[in-house]
Design a protein around this ligand. Sequence first.
Ligand code: FNR
Length: 180
Amino acid sequence: MKVVAIIGSIRKESLNKKFAEYIKSRYINKFDLEVLSLNEIPMYNQDIENEPPQEVVDFKAQVKAADAVLWVTPEYNGTVPGVLVNAIDWLSRVDKVMIGKPSIVMGASMGNLGTVKAQMHLRDILFAGGVASPVLIGNEVYVGAAHTKFDSEGNLTDEGTVKFLDTVIDNFTTWMKNFQ
Ligand code: FNR
């Protein structure tokens, strides 16, 4: 199973990227997770959507080839960061590569609520017509105070979170097979 992770932060030390990298290594026997970069994705522009820059062509191809998408996002000002909305805008147009592709949503923040509002909004966006991605319900992963929960090697140190994540990933891998 091939899964791509799309991260709502492009900063080098992103906690959400760290979380995705941790998931990649911990569940290596469950799926092949590729953490995609949004660093070079330009702003969506309808004028060029039919002939987008190569970075967008490659990004869409990577998503299209995946069996599922793992969204890992911070919360910015109570909602989804612009970088992530921008990526979804590209994915939602022309060949609409997300339609029917299963998604799971997670997020990490320094605050205690762990991206609750951003995830709520992101799930709504994923239901939009041009995206139309089935999202695993329940199994909501909110990592609050994330800056205190990783060691220097990027391992998640909070036992309760790891245990819960094991269950969620089990549920996700079982569920995503329905879409093969
Ligand atoms: C934040 N942060 C934040 N946190 C939160 O829990 N709710 C929020 O609404 C916001 N808003 C917000 C806006 C902006 C512009 C920034 C830069 C930050 C803090 C955020 O959780 C923290 O910076 C995370 O570490 C960002 O995720 P990455 O980059 O570490 O993945």
